[in-house]
Design a protein around this ligand. Sequence first.
Ligand code: NAD
Length: 332
Amino acid sequence: TPLRVAIMGLGSYGTRVAKAMKDCKRAKLVGVISGTPSKIEAWQKEYNIPAKNCYNYENYHQIKDNPDIDAVYVITPNGLHKEHALGAAKAGKHVISEKPMATNAAEAKEMVDGCKAAGVKLLVGYRMHFEPKTQAVINMRKDGEFGKVLFFQGLSGFVIGDPSQWRLNYELSGGGAMMDIGIYSINGARYMIGEEPIWVTAQETKNNPDKFKEGVDETIQFQLGFPGGAVASCLSTYSMNNLDKFFLNGTKGFAEMQPSTGYGPIEGRTNKGPLTQPHVTHQTLQMDAMADIILDGKEPLVPVDGEEGLRDMVIIDAIYKAVKTGGKVSLI
Ligand code: NAD
C-alpha cells in the first residue's frame, strides 16, 4: 500500500509537489487542506480526490477520524508550519513539513517534541537529500575520494519580486533570504562536509531597507567552522540571481555543482570528471523515499527528520545572533 498523503497549502510549491507525485510509485496524493474552495474543487478534479478527504483550516483536526490519510504535508508559509504540523500530529497523522521547518529553533523543538508525544513521524522537505548527483558527491566524500575536506563554498540567492508577498512579511516568513534560500547553503555545508558546525560568524548587507524591513534579511555572508578543521563560506541573498553554486575542496580532490539546489537538472563535476547521474524530478524521488522512511523505517543517506531540520534552525538562530553581535557564536 502507498503512503497516502494530504497536502496542506495549495500554493505554488504545493502544486509542484502534487504534479511530481503523479509519477510516484509509493506515495499517493489523496487529500487536501485549503482555505480556498475553488482550489479544492480544481484539485479534486485534477487528482481525483474524494470530497471526504477535503478539509479547510477550521475543520482539518477532524482528519483524525479519517483512516484513508496517513500523512499531512505542510506547505504553508514558514510562520504557520509549527501550528499546522502540531495540528496534524495531534490528529494522529505523520507530518512532512516544508523547509524551513519553523521560524526558529524553539519552535522547531516544540514540533519535534509534539510529534514524538503524538507517536507520529516528522520529516522535513529536504528534497536535495534524494538527488542522485548530490548523493554521488556525498558518497565520494564518504569514500575519502576528496581526501580531508577543508573547505565548502555555498552561494544561494535570487531576486525576490512582489514586495507584498508573505516571504517579505516577518510574521509569516520569520526572516528573509536566510530562511528561504540561505538554508540550502547551511544544509549543504553540513551534508557535503559531513560534520556539524561548532561556530558561526556572519555579516549582513541591507541595501534596500524599504523592501527588506526589520527582521527580514536581504543579504548575509556567513562562515561556519567544523570540528575537523574545515570552514564553510556562504552567501544568502534576495538581491542577486544566478547564485546556486556549491564547491567542496579536500586535500585530494574537489566537487563543484552549479546549479546545486535548483529544481534541476543539477550539473557538476569532480576531480574525477563530470557528474552523469540521471535527472529525476526531485519531489517524485523525495516522496517515494519518504514513503519508505515512514512506512518501513528505512534510513536515508542523509537524514530528513525533525532533528535534522532543528539543526538548521539552531544554526539560523546563531547566524542572526552573529549578525547582531558582530562576534563569533559558539554552537557547542
Ligand atoms: P505560496 O505563497 O505559493 O503558497 C502558500 C500557500 O499557503 C498558499 O496556497 C496560501 O493560500 C496558503 N496559506 C494558508 N494560510 C495562509 C496565511 N495565513 N497566509 C498566507 N498564505 C496562507 O508559497 P510557496 O512558495 O508554495 O511556499 C510554501 C512553503 O514551501 C514555504 O515554507 C517555502 O519555504 C516552501 N518551499 C519549499 C521549496 C522547496 O524546494 N523545498 C520550494 C518553494 C517553497
